[in-house]
Design a protein around this ligand. Structure first.
Ligand SMILES: [Zn+2]
Length: 280
């Protein structure tokens, strides 16, 4: 039987992404605050209206800064998953710093939900050479940071040797399930304008065009796959703004009309595990 899963995922960064880049002045902080104070309540209301359960990747910084808002997310039935302690990508951390952050945020998640996170998404989608080992050590079932497929989960490798002068040497396959993502299905690069002294993210795309791209990907999955998962990534301070919320609702309606089944990423990973058990 055909089954096309849609995961709506929300990276609840609040101001953590800005402060990880050294942007600690009032305006970037307020930009993050918008996500907590305005964006998240709007999103929760919309998801409730459409009876959709989603997955929230929350940095420890947000969990400790906005415990009540995070509790609202959890109380509404959404999956609470791991998004690092600060928003510094693991690729820029030492092994010790990465593990310390992993443990610290995981304790907050346990405090909120009663259990450690099953899912992990690296800040800014950049894993370190230690991430897979640490995720397995700390009992994670899945990662959602890589881009090796668009509509099918797969198993994460460990110990690849990638150098410029030799062909890639691939490591061993692990039980960790990858729930793949893509910048094309992420609201942030399309919509957010960010200017630092070193670079500019132009963003500010027209919502109609982005909506069209997002639907086209689902339609392609529907046409070509018996069973597949598409993972959309949103940020409360990005998608939570005015007209973009209308686009999110339009997307939900269109996907519903097209037969999408909305599930959390954890549930989609469990379906994949059942379909293709790990053989080692
Ligand atoms: Zn993030």
């Amino acid at each position: 039987m055909k089954r096309h899963l849609v995961c709506l995922t929300f990276d609840f960064d609040a101001m953590s992404g800005f402060i990880a880049r050294g942007m600690t002045s009032a305006t970037p902080v307020s930009r993050g605050e918008f996500g907590a104070d305005v964006g998240t309540p709007r999103i929760l209301k919309l998801l409730k209206k459409h009876r959709i359960l989603s997955s929230w990747y929350i940095p420890g910084h947000t969990l400790e800064t906005y415990p009540d808002r995070c509790k609202q997310v959890y109380d509404a039935g959404h999956e609470i998953a791991h998004h690092g302690w600060t928003h510094v990508p693991p690729a820029l951390l030492s092994r010790q710093e990465e593990e310390d952050g992993l443990v610290r945020a995981n304790e907050q998640i346990k405090k909120l939900t009663g259990r450690y996170a099953r899912g992990y998404r690296s800040p800014s989608w950049d894993l370190s050479p230690h991430s897979v080992e640490l995720l397995l050590k700390h009992g994670f079932i899945y990662d959602s940071s890589m881009m090796g497929n668009d509509f099918s989960p797969y198993r994460v490798r460990q110990g690849d040797l990638i150098t410029l002068d030799k062909p890639a040497l691939f490591g061993k396959t692990t039980p960790l399930i990858e729930m793949p993502v893509s910048w094309t299905l992420d609201d942030h690069p399309h919509f957010e304008f960010i200017r630092t002294k070193d670079w500019i993210l132009p963003g500010l795309m027209n919502t109609k065009l982005v909506f069209e791209d997002w639907i086209n990907d689902f339609n392609y999955m529907k046409k070509t796959m018996e069973w597949g998962v598409i993972i959309y990534t949103f940020h409360p301070y990005v998608i939570g703004r005015g007209g973009r919320m209308a686009t999110l609702e339009k997307l939900i309606r269109k996907l519903k009309d097209s037969g999408a089944v909305f599930v959390t990423v954890e549930a989609a990973a469990a379906e994949y595990e059942k379909k293709q058990p790990f053989k080692g």
